[in-house]
Write a protein that binds this ligand. Structure first.
Ligand SMILES: [Zn+2]
Ligand SMILES: [Zn+2]
Length: 224
C-alpha cells in the first residue's frame, strides 16, 4: 500500500504563485491519513506501524476532522491501549524509567515524502528548461526554501550546480514583489489613499502569509 503514496506528478504541483511543496505535502498528508485509517482498520502491518510510532496532536486532530467517527474511534482506542501498556511498563521499572521520545508516523512519512519530491524537483530543475521556468513562476514558500536548501546541502549529487543561487534568486524576486504589494496594502488603510487603485495588492496579506508560513499560511479566499 505504501508505494502508492508519493505519486503526485511534479508538474501538477507547479501553479502560478503557489509553492509546489505546500501543494504536494498537503495532498500527501490527506492521502496518508486516509491510508492510516483504512490500513489501520484492515491490515495488521499498518496498525503495527501506527502503534509503534503513534500520531502527534496535530495529525490526530486532522484524522478526527477528515475521517469518519467510528473508524477514528477504533484507532484511537488502539492508541490508548498502547499508551496504557507503555505506562504500566514504566510503573514496573522502579528506578530511572526509560522514556521514548514522542514520535508521529505522519510527520515521519511526510519528511520521507518531502525528500522524495525534493529529489525529483531538483533533478528535473537541472534537466528541463521549461520546468525551470514554470518552477520560477510557481515559487517556493520561505519555509520550504529553507528545507530544500538543507536538503541540497545534504546531497552530494546536487552540490556545486548553482541550485541554491537559482532558488534564492527566484525567492528574492517574489519576496520583493510581496513586500511592495503589502506596503501598498497597508497604505490603502490611510484615508488619503482610500480612493487610489489597488494595483493588485488586495490579497497581499494572504500572499505574504503563504510566503512566510507555506502550508500553514493558507488563510483562504481574498479579503480586502
Ligand atoms: Zn511551501
Ligand atoms: Zn505528526
Amino acid at each position: 500500500m505504501k508505494q502508492n503514496i508519493y505519486t503526485i506528478p511534479l508538474t501538477e504541483a507547479l501553479r502560478e504563485g503557489e509553492c509546489p511543496f505546500c501543494y504536494l505535502l498537503e495532498r500527501t498528508e490527506r492521502d496518508l491519513i486516509r491510508l492510516y485509517l483504512e490500513g489501520g482498520l484492515m491490515e495488521p502491518d499498518w496498525r503495527g506501524r501506527l502503534l509503534e510510532f503513534g500520531l502527534c496532536g496535530d495529525h490526530l486532530k486532522k484524522m478526527y476532522h477528515q475521517s469518519h467517527r467510528l473508524g477514528t474511534a477504533i484507532l484511537v482506542q488502539s492508541l490508548l491501549d498502547q499508551a496504557g501498556r507503555h505506562i504500566s511498563g514504566l510503573q514496573q521499572q522502579r528506578k530511572h524509567p526509560v522514556l521514548a521520545g514522542p514520535s508521529c508516523l505522519a510527520c515521519s512519512d511526510l519528511a520521507a515524502a518531502f525528500r522524495h519530491y525534493a529529489d525529483g524537483f531538483l533533478t528535473t530543475l537541472l534537466r528541463e528548461a521549461e520546468f525551470r521556468e514554470r518552477a520560477k513562476r510557481s515559487g517556493l514558500c520561505l519555509w520550504h526554501l529553507t528545507e530544500i536548501l538543507h536538503f541540497i546541502g545534504s546531497q552530494r549529487r546536487f552540490a556545486k550546480k548553482g541550485l541554491e543561487q537559482q532558488l534564492a534568486q527566484a525567492s528574492w524576486e517574489r519576496l520583493q514583489e510581496v513586500q511592495r504589494d503589502l506596503a501598498w496594502f497597508i497604505r490603502k488603510f490611510d484615508y488619503r489613499f482610500t480612493d487610489e487603485p489597488w494595483h493588485g495588492a488586495e490579497d497581499a496579506l494572504e500572499r505574504s502569509l503563504r510566503l512566510l508560513c507555506g502550508i500553514h499560511g493558507d488563510v483562504g479566499g481574498d479579503k480586502a
